[in-house]
Design a protein around this ligand. Structure first.
Ligand SMILES: NC(=O)c1ccc[n+]([C@@H]2O[C@H](COP(=O)([O-])OP(=O)(O)OC[C@H]3O[C@@H](n4cnc5c(N)ncnc54)[C@H](O)[C@@H]3O)[C@@H](O)[C@H]2O)c1
Ligand SMILES: [Zn+2]
Ligand SMILES: [Zn+2]
Length: 389
């Protein structure tokens, strides 16, 4: 007799035979700028080097919305969004030795193969074998809906009860980790925290400015504080964000809309000459320029964390000629397999906060409500329960 595993989903019971196709629920983005639709999908068994994951919890990040609502490149659709998640390994391919069913894991949108020229170089977290640029590879998708392959957004597609990911894009985490919290380490918290600590390399006693106080910016504030910054100026156009920023370590809040002067001038005056470090966590090229211009000449470092592919950045060369540095980062510079388990440990050891970022909890069926909240700036993070544990 074959061993069957029974799981309960919000939609009913499914009997699963390992190594067979799993039928389950997923939120499909059929077209740009349209609500997601909960559909039944078929998730293939893992191939030799792959891992099939039961997604337990997933956050919703502004990058998901960027492709759905701003970029709107029709060629990307249909797709399953979601890249900030935690789950449990359901089954593994024949050649997988690092994982086994039952392991708690976080899928990675930048893989770490440990073999390529990037993985071997401590200066970068890129990996030649997979990164955010490769989510257009629909031929490799392991998820089908109504007989049609559905793109696995960022290689992860965590708005699906099950997903299949290459073993190089999975991090094993502490079995004690609460998945409905540590899912945020899969993107937002690592990105913002790492941008301050790994990329800006904030120094003790320094002055920092963080533009944009969503999960990414708030995690950057937390990173600046952890690195010992003396003054952390949090900047947003939404005054509701001020309180949370202070909880995470900001010493000042500036609402750009309260000032007639350019915001870079406001910050330069507040700090008598400019900040040591600035982090742009909005995804707006004008704000990126302001973040550079509010840095102190001589040594100021500005890091681009927010994402857009629709506009070019501009700045006067003299800004850089006078000694400012302009950098950017994906995933806060963390190499995923190494960095993610450490961030999870930091949370369990109470060295980083996660609970403060979670303003809403919802079921996968309510994903469109979660999208609306993020669009309107009414949440920091909504965590979706994807599969019941
Ligand atoms: N680099 C990476 O690896 C990476 C990873 C995840 C997200 N991102 C990007 O980071 C950005 C932030 O993501 P999030 O999920 O925190 O988004 P979010 O929407 O929750 O937060 C953005 C914040 O920026 C504020 N804002 C808007 N315009 C502003 C302005 N002119 N000045 C100051 N603040 C302004 C908003 O009020 C909001 O509080 C997005 O662009 C996202 O795509 C990048
Ligand atoms: Zn993200
Ligand atoms: Zn690699």
């Amino acid at each position: 007799m074959e061993l069957q595993v029974m799981i309960q989903t919000a939609g009913g019971f499914y009997f699963i035979v390992p190594f067979q196709v799993i039928k389950c629920k997923a939120a499909i983005a059929w077209e740009p700028n349209k609500p997601l639709v909960i559909e039944e999908v078929e998730v293939d068994p893992p191939q030799e080097k792959e891992v099939r994951i039961k997604v337990v919890a997933s956050g919703l990040c502004q990058s998901d919305l960027y492709f759905l609502l701003k970029d709107m490149n029709k060629h990307l659709f249909p797709l399953i969004l979601g890249h900030e998640a935690a789950g449990i390994v359901e089954s593994v391919g024949k050649e997988v030795t690092e994982f086994q069913p039952g392991d708690k894991v976080i899928p990675l949108f930048i893989s770490q193969c440990r073999e390529c020229r990037f993985c071997k170089n401590p200066k970068t977290n890129l990996c030649e074998k997979g990164s955010v640029g490769e989510h257009d590879n629909i031929a490799n998708s392991r998820i089908t809906c109504k007989g049609k392959k559905v793109r696995q957004f960022m290689g992860t597609s965590t708005f699906s009860e099950y997903t299949v990911v290459n073993q190089i894009a999975v991090a094993k985490i502490d079995p004690a980790a609460p998945l409905e919290k540590v899912c945020l380490i899969g993107c937002g918290i690592s990105t913002g925290f790492g941008a301050a600590v790994n990329v800006a390399k904030v120094e003790p006693g320094s002055t920092c400015a963080v533009f944009g106080l969503g999960a990414i910016g708030l995690a950057a504030v937390m990173g600046c504080k952890a690195a010992g910054a003396k003054r952390i100026i949090a900047v947003d156009i939404n005054p509701d964000k001020a309180e949370k920023a202070k909880v995470l370590g900001a010493t000042d809040f500036v609402n750009s809309k309260d000032h007639d002067k350019p915001i870079s001038q406001v910050l330069t005056e507040m700090t008598t000459g400019g900040v040591d470090y600035s982090l742009e966590c909005v995804g707006n090229v004008e704000v990126m320029r302001s973040a550079l211009e509010c840095c102190a000449p001589g040594w100021g470092v500005s890091v681009i964390v927010g994402y857009t592919n629709l506009h070019d950045i501009t700045a006067r060369p003299i800004q850089l000629m006078t000694g400012r540095t302009w950098k950017g980062t994906l995933f806060g510079g963390f190499k995923g397999k190494d960095g993610v388990p450490k961030m999870v440990k930091n949370y369990l050891d109470k060295k980083v906060k996660l609970d403060e970022f979670i303003t809403h909890n919802m079921a996968l069926d309510q994903v469109n409500d979660a999208i609306e909240l993020l669009k309107q700036g009414k949440c920091i993070r909504t965590v979706l329960s994807v599969s019941p544990q």
